[in-house]
Ligand binder design. Sequence first.
Ligand SMILES: [Zn+2]
Length: 246
Amino acid sequence: MKDKGLIPQLSLLCQLQEIDLQIKQVKEEISQIPRKIKEWKGELVEREEKIKELKKKREELIIQGKEKELELGSKEEITKKYQGQLYTTKTNKEYSSLLHEIEETKRVSSQMEDEILMSMEKIEVEEESIRKESKELEEKSKEIEIEEQKENKRLKGLEENLKDKQAERNKFIPGIDNTLLAKYERIFQAKGGVALVPVIGGSCGGCHVQLTPQNVQIVKQGGKPTICEGCARILYWKENLEQPKG
Ligand SMILES: [Zn+2]
């Protein structure tokens, strides 16, 4: 049976609010878990992208290196051809001109060899980075997999906890006046929690606005529900309420 007196009603509401605040906190914790997991997975995708970029760069270097090697091969062919021609030249001018060509081709070839070596070194550096990044990715994946399992286990626990708290909440509902409950719930939603506040030193315990002595008196007497003019929360007199059990 409902006890319609305001003070016992506020006492019940106070206990309900305690549970509602716990429910709110559990729900927040639950909602953070998928967010956290998504963030971790995002980090893995970023790492994968980075490795892809490194591999692409390595492929480009390999292609460039092969092109240079082909070019070098043809330069060496040309040098050989000129060297063969040296024996069949008729004039000194032709001879020295060929020698000059050979020198020039050799110079270019040697430059190309340096470039090929350099590009091989660059490929080596890229490969080292790929190895390092891949190893880190593997470790991170394992780490996240374990963390994800932990979080999913925690999620199950929180969901159980939430169910228990909601069942506990439901036990209070029949005892509370419907109009008062609706008012409380509306304020709880609007304020993002805490709809019921005590009067502390003549002020609202929610927004600290100074209350008129008349209003303080009304709250103390517990004749009718009093709303704070500052924050629109329901006020109560702490000493009036029974201590919540437990
Ligand atoms: Zn207030």
